[in-house]
Design a protein around this ligand. Structure first.
Ligand code: GLY
Length: 598
């Protein structure tokens, strides 16, 4: 593989940023690169693009060679440009990850963590890069409890103690060095250019910063980072430059891992920690390690599901629920019928109950993954489901085995022309993490410590009951729901997907894959269909707008506690790979998502 001349890359990405600035297209996920679709005038388009059959209300973007689907346009185009210039999917995923730290600050990050699932075409294998944050050495089980034993939520969510030792930079550099083809400098150049030269404030960015303005303004460094020198907000169309972040990215580009976990950036992090009771030390940063893990695997009929293992709960529970649901004729029930939603709901109650007891960092706790994804266990679990009556959550204890999370995380999917596929989810936890910027770095700190069971047995910020297994311990990774997933059909990667949303990530990915596998929906339709969510506790079935009232009434008659959710559920960024074509869809539930293909 040719290595890209850095100057050419920077130049073309700079032109790209300018072009995007000049055209200012509306936020619209359904924009295709028309040049990528060979449409000879006498071509039989039904064989060229089988998905266009005039029956679909939602269509994906189509490309032939490479694609990046993500939450923000400039960063997705950074990845696509790298693919065009000969980079592979891992190169594109890493460059996109660094670029999102600049262009999508609510969840794109340097000082957060996540999971990257990779399908390597040449080796025909999958691997999972776990770059989840870890608890600092000085962290302890009850660190967020006050003298009366009550949880101090302000300290848990919005203080320097909220931050776990960041994993993103280590994870991105590890992926690049082991599986990419670009140099570090090439992969970081686009992000540096975007931070240094500035990006036009899009409607989405304006909206995201405005929504968190009150919290961001409380932290002086965040106020300097996200607002004008006089404290006023940047307007849509203004150019927003992030000189400090450009410097931090340059340190990483020049020094590699040491440019973040040692040297001046590390010093700025520890100085900030020392200024306000934070726990992360220079030793914690130096000790941070990426873990490469075997993904979780399962099957659903003829499909193979490859997903994220502990310390995420996502892959285990997606496979567990698919195992349970495989025993029903979902197609006959009808998509989003009351019977279908009821069976999904009951499966979710069982899986999320197990989550509360069994799931945690596997390097600290013996997580019974094999038993949880066992088909025989699913058979046993299925016996607990009454097809006509809802089982109250209080009557569901976590299963006897045979033998806090956030709405702001982000997912992107990448496919290249060599057959490699990347499904990556990473996060700061809350929107803008702890809302604390490390002075001099332009970088937000995560508040991932809130994903531990800070008060074991009680619910976290998102209502998920957290067990003793997920208690805070030094060096431990907090339990996650992030679920980057790749579904295989006939041994080939067929669908890469994932979502933000804390607890709803798991149910969102489940429904997206079922929509495609069982109901044969194209990926745009699979994303657009209304979704539901149940997480065992509280015993509430959240349903998005779009379900019929008849369905809701039938579910209520079965005993389901329906809540027509005031919020939407998840936000997928997916690629379907079929017959040599790439079909991309960025969920329209949030603005600004982008499919960049060629
Ligand atoms: N912080 C969200 C998650 O890890 O699931």
């Amino acid at each position: 593989m040719n290595r890209l001349p850095q100057s050419r890359l920077i130049l073309s990405l700079f032109s790209l940023a300018i072009a995007s600035c000049a055209t200012q297209e509306p936020d619209n996920a359904f924009v295709s690169d028309a040049d990528s679709v060979p449409m000879a005038s006498n071509a039989d388009t039904s064989t060229l693009i089988p998905i266009i059959d005039y029956k679909e209300r939602f269509l994906p973007v189509i490309a032939r060679n490479g694609m990046v689907v993500g939450p923000e346009q400039l960063a997705a185009e950074v990845g696509a440009q790298i693919l065009r210039q000969g980079g592979n999917a891992i190169d594109a995923a890493v460059a996109t990850g660094f670029a999102l730290a600049v262009t999508y600050p609510r969840a794109g990050n340097l000082a957060g963590g996540g999971f990257m699932l990779i399908h390597l075409a040449d080796d025909d294998r999958e691997t999972l890069i776990d770059y989840r944050e870890t608890a600092p050495a000085a962290a302890s089980r009850d660190m967020f409890l006050d003298n009366e034993g009550n949880l101090d939520k302000q300290r848990e969510y919005f203080s320097l103690q909220s931050a776990g030792v960041p994993g993103t930079v280590a994870g991105m550099l590890y992926a690049l060095e082991k599986y990419g083809t670009l140099t570090r400098e090439q992969a970081l150049a686009p992000a540096i250019a975007l931070a240094r030269d500035g990006i036009p404030v899009s409607y989405s960015l304006f909206f995201e910063i405005s929504a968190s303005a009150q919290n961001l303004r409380k932290n002086p460094a965040a106020k300097r980072q996200f607002f004008q020198p006089d404290g006023s907000a940047y307007a849509v169309g203004d150019i927003w430059r992030q000189a400090d972040l450009a410097w931090t990215l340059s340190e990483i580009s020049e020094e590699g891992i040491n440019g973040f976990y040692g040297g001046e950036v590390a010093q700025l992090i520890t100085t900030e920690m020392e200024s306000g009771g934070g726990l992360i030390t220079a030793q914690d940063l130096a000790d941070y390690r990426v873990v490469e893990r075997q993904p979780v695997r399962g099957t659903y009929k003829d499909f193979e599901i490859v997903s994220t293992p502990p310390p995420s709960s996502g892959g285990v529970h997606i496979v567990q629920m698919l195992n349970i649901l495989e025993g029903y004729d979902l197609q006959a029930m009808g998509h989003n019928s009351a019977a279908y939603v009821h069976h999904l709901t009951e499966s979710m109650k069982l899986a999320y109950a197990d989550r509360s007891l069994y799931l945690a960092d596997p390097d600290f706790v013996d997580v019974p993954v094999t038993q949880l994804v066992d088909k025989a266990y699913a058979e046993q679990q299925r016996q607990r489901i009454d097809s006509n009556v809802a089982t109250p959550s209080v009557d569901i204890a976590p299963g006897q085995l045979l033998g806090n999370e956030s709405t702001e995380t982000t997912h992107y999917s990448v496919a290249d022309r060599f057959g490699n596929v990347v499904s990556n989810t990473y996060t700061l936890n809350f929107s803008f993490g702890s809302n604390i910027v490390v002075p001099g770095t332009g970088m937000l700190l995560n508040n991932e410590m809130a994903d531990f069971a800070s008060s074991p047995g009680s619910a976290n910020a998102f209502g998920l009951v957290q067990g003793e297994a997920n208690k805070i311990e030094p060096g431990k990774r907090p339990l996650s729901s992030m679920s980057p997933t790749i579904v295989f059909r006939a041994g080939e990667p067929w669908l890469a997907t994932g979502s933000p949303g804390g607890s709803v990530i798991i149910s969102t990915v489940l429904q997206t894959t079922l929509n495609a596998m069982v109901f044969d929906m194209n990926i745009a339709t699979a994303a657009a269909e209304p979704r539901m969510h149940h997480q065992w506790m509280p015993d509430v079935l959240k349903m998005e707008e779009g379900f019929s009232l008849d369905t809701v009434r039938l579910l209520q008659a079965m005993g389901q506690n329906v809540d027509m959710a005031s919020r939407t559920t998840g936000r997928t960024n997916s690629i379907m790979l079929d017959e040599g074509w790439l079909y991309g869809s960025s969920d329209t539930r949030r603005p600004g998502g982008w499919v960049a293909g060629y």
